[in-house]
Design a protein. Structure first.
Length: 232
């Protein structure tokens, strides 16, 4: 009985987090709907040694781009959450298909290096010497995130979506396994959670079964992190 209650508590944690942004779902869908699969615009990027870097250098991988700027407290507070996100991706054995890249702008290289050393964001840290890409990438607020396909095309571009909610996990899962764009995967996430809220189960379609497999895997990861007992 105790084991069952523990598992249900774990489920409640995740469901509550997932539902925490329900009121904003139409807002995020409207952002994702602008993703047309177009090639991402070029960005002037440098590594810590001042060497030029291109996003084309990572072609063949899904790219999770985190755009951040100095003085952005939300950017700083989200770095540990990105580490947790990467650990969940790694738990599903999907981490070899994705690269986390942090792109700093609106500050000096010295400021970038100091902040990078202080906060140690997950993944590769790069610096952009100018802000001309803001308009072409739709960077209206920070932190700003973009998901790029293996062929350097937009899959998703958004801001304000809390990494602690599991929409992001599912978007990455579908991107890595199916190269799906953010709009469709977010819509699937929304539909399956609404169906589950009414029926206490997911749809019996292939979409619903696949979602259930992913969801149960996340449950296992959270339970493991919290040392919660699970039924065998």
């Amino acid at each position: 009985m105790k084991t069952t209650l523990t598992i249900l508590s774990c489920l409640c944690i995740i469901i509550c987090k997932s539902q925490s942004t329900t009121q904003n779902q139409d807002h995020y869908l409207s952002m994702f709907s602008s993703d047309t699969g177009k090639l991402v615009p070029p960005i002037n990027l440098l590594d810590a040694n001042g060497k030029k870097v291109s996003l084309n250098d990572f072609k063949g991988k899904i790219l999770y781009l985190d755009f951040w700027i100095p003085g952005c407290t939300n950017c700083f507070s989200n770095f540990p959450l990105a580490k947790q996100l990467h650990e969940r991706i790694k738990y599903l054995k999907l981490d070899t298909g994705i690269v986390f890249i942090n792109i700093f702008s609106s500050g000096s290289t010295e400021e970038w290096k100091n902040l990078t050393n202080k906060y140690n964001p997950e993944g590769i840290s790069l610096y952009s010497p100018d802000t001309s890409f803001y308009q072409s990438w739709g960077s209206k607020a920070f932190p700003h995130y973009s998901l790029v396909s293996r062929n350097n095309k937009f899959l998703a571009s958004y801001y304000g979506l809390d990494p602690r909610t599991f929409e992001v996990d599912y978007i990455l899962y579908e991107a890595i396994t199916k190269n799906m764009n953010g709009y469709n995967s977010y819509l699937m996430f929304k539909n399956q959670n609404e169906y589950h809220a009414k029926n206490m189960k997911y749809e019996q379609s292939e979409e619903g079964k696949d979602y259930g497999i992913w969801y149960n895997s996340i449950i296992m990861k959270i339970a493991k992190d919290r040392n919660l007992p699970l039924k065998k």
